[in-house]
Design a protein around this ligand. Structure first.
Ligand code: SF4
Length: 437
């Protein structure tokens, strides 16, 4: 049997596309392996969001050179970096057999065939980034958690972000197609469905129907079965009241909302082209907290954006203090060539960025600990994910708010929902006991 390895970089969308690539390769008779040394085909599913992406991918290609020489392994590069580079990538690295954009992964079988038969030396498929990718089956690492892209591309052009240039304009997947796909996954036994998009709550804006994100969530929740729906990422400027109402009403929708903040300073938000102010962001977060009791808010925050002063940074700390995010992904701004921010005046010294991020992390850790303590004594419905990585005798699962819970129980409970009484709360995980199934 032939072996294939798929190496994934970047976001959840790439994780989803890698699951599809794995399924395509399995259907071709490949066994999926993590051991590159025994692979007959290796696909690098790449990301291009960060400036260092190229160095990382070139380094990995260097590592793969010997198996190409020793085994004749087929080397494929897919994802945003492949889409962006096109045939320049194969010219730079003649060892690459296949270069494929995100929309073209359905053509992997014919590309491999062309390489194997010697019809072509390189196969380059980097189609129009504005196409909607074909619907493909997927092989997810977890047999309980499936993800589904509901839209591709982005219209927002935040000044630090390359995504709109490489993933094209927003294209929504038709509503019935998504609902049908969720139904199939639920029937297969998946218990958590993650809806993916660069800007999920502008879903439907490009369709000729009145379908929107609230309607999509409502229709998904009508599907029979016990499952939970999560989504990433919404944009604060598009967070409509009807979406908040559906989240509040539907038990199947996770009470966890990722609400990227990026900066707490209205001046910097304007420079980022985020299209909301500090006041608007705070008002939205407070409204969600009132209408969805117990909701967990999380955020992405960038420090050291060009022109960020100490006063601007203090505004970010102020918002973090006020909202009390359960957790946050915190980054130091880094230049990404091809974006507007890369050429802005006022790039911030690395030392200042580091000093600011330490202060932000310190505050956020304090807030995370405070939000964790709120769970003490609660009975939480938890989806059991399986034995904990550190201790095989302990099970791990997540609450609707996405908090990790550890507890003792039978391994057969994997993939079921159990009620857990929370007895101890640490910053990143909760500890409890099963009180109901
Ligand atoms: S919303 Fe902004 S940060 Fe998100 S993908 Fe679009 S441009 Fe990038």
């Amino acid at each position: 049997m032939k072996n294939a390895a798929v190496i994934t970089y970047g976001c959840q969308m790439n994780v989803n596309e890698s699951a599809k690539i794995k399924k395509i390769l399995q259907n071709m008779g490949y066994n999926i392996t993590d051991d590159i040394s025994e692979a007959d085909a290796v696909f690098l599913n790449t990301c291009t969001v960060r400036e260092g992406a190229a160095t990382q991918i070139y380094g990995k290609l260097g590592e793969l050179k010997w198996i190409k020489e020793e085994r004749g392994t087929i080397i494929g590069v897919t994802g945003c970096f492949a889409q962006e580079q096109g045939d320049a990538l194969a010219k730079k690295f003649p060892m690459i057999d296949i270069v494929m954009g995100n929309q073209n992964i359905g053509k992997i079988p014919s590309a491999i065939e062309k390489i194997e038969t010697g019809d072509l030396k390189h196969v380059i498929y980097v189609g129009d980034e504005d196409e909607l990718p074909p619907r493909l089956d997927a092989d997810f690492d977890s047999k309980k958690v499936a993800s589904i892209p509901i839209g591709y591309g982005c219209n927002n052009f935040c000044t630090y972000c390359i995504v709109p240039y490489v993933r094209g304009r927003e294209r929504s997947v038709p509503l019935l197609q998504i609902v049908d796909e969720v139904r199939v996954f639920v029937e297969k036994g998946y218990k958590e469905i993650m809806l993916l998009g660069q800007n999920v709550n502008s879903y439907g804006n490009d369709l000729d129907t009145d379908d929107n994100f609230a309607k999509l969530l409502t229709e998904i929740c009508k599907i029979d079965g016990e499952f939970i729906v999560r989504f990433i990422s919404p944009h604060p400027k598009d967070f409509a009241d009807d979406v908040i109402d559906v989240i509040a009403k539907e038990e199947k929708i996770a009470k966890a909302i990722h609400l990227p903040l990026q900066s707490g300073s209205t001046r910097i938000l304007k420079a980022m082209n985020r299209k909301y102010t500090q006041d608007e962001y705070i008002a939205l977060a407070e409204k969600i907290k009132v209408r969805v009791p117990g909701v967990a808010l999380t955020a992405d925050i960038i420090v050291g954006f060009p022109g960020e002063t100490e006063e601007d940074f203090l505004e970010t700390l102020k918002v973090v203090e006020k909202i009390g995010f359960e957790s946050a992904y915190m980054f130091m701004y880094s230049i990404r060539k091809g974006t507007v921010a890369a050429t802005m005046d006022g790039q911030i010294d690395e030392k200042i960025k580091k000093e600011r991020i330490y202060r932000l992390i310190e505050l956020q850790n304090k807030k995370s600990k405070e939000s964790s303590l709120k769970y003490e004594g609660n009975i939480e419905k938890v989806l059991v994910e399986g034995p904990s990585k550190k201790n095989d005798d302990v099970l791990t699962g997540r609450t609707s708010t996405n908090k990790i819970v550890l507890f003792e129980g039978d391994k057969d409970l994997e993939g079921t929902f159990v009620d857990i009484k929370i007895n101890e709360c640490k910053t990143w995980s909760l500890y409890g006991e099963i009180v109901g199934q």
